[in-house]
Design a binder for this molecule. Structure first.
Ligand SMILES: [Zn+2]
Length: 143
């Protein structure tokens, strides 16, 4: 499992920008706390080839799933905490639930340091959720 910020990184599909090119539906790992996104290591090679191809073609946008069948990669997210099937908001909610559970454990153990860290994580997560929801609103109008 990949970790970042002490939280498990989540498997998902997302849009990755590489210089001038936007690549959609790329299998990624992302950190729900700091929003760091890594291209999934298993398809890094394919991703690079596609980006080179797109840049040679001067394409501004390409769809990863048009070029690589991710159905052939069933183990892709096996090591991840969970996958979100493209629903980022649900994953955030799940992470918030987990953090809330841990928070009550930390409280019961009177582990103040852990408690503070979890509270911080919760704040980040709910901020992300808010940002995500408002971005979704905006993209609905600009679409
Ligand atoms: Zn992180």
């Amino acid at each position: 499992m990949s970790f970042c910020c002490g939280a498990g990184m989540l498997g998902s599909f997302g849009t990755v920008r590489h210089q001038q090119t936007l690549v959609h539906n790329v299998p990624i790992l992302f950190c729900p706390v700091c929003n760091r996104i890594d291209v999934h290591p298993a398809i890094e090679g394919e991703f690079e080839i596609l980006v080179e191809y797109a840049q040679g073609d001067q394409a501004r946008e390409v769809d990863f799933s048009d070029f690589v069948s991710v159905d052939n990669l069933p183990d892709l997210f096996e090591n991840c905490t969970m996958t979100d099937d493209g629903n980022y908001a649900d994953v955030l909610r799940q992470q918030i639930d987990i953090a809330l559970d841990l928070l009550s454990v930390a409280k019961a153990l009177a582990d103040h340091e852990w408690h503070a860290a979890l509270k911080m994580r919760l704040q980040h997560l709910s901020q992300r959720l808010q940002n995500h929801n408002s971005r979704k609103e905006m993209s609905r109008y600009s679409a």
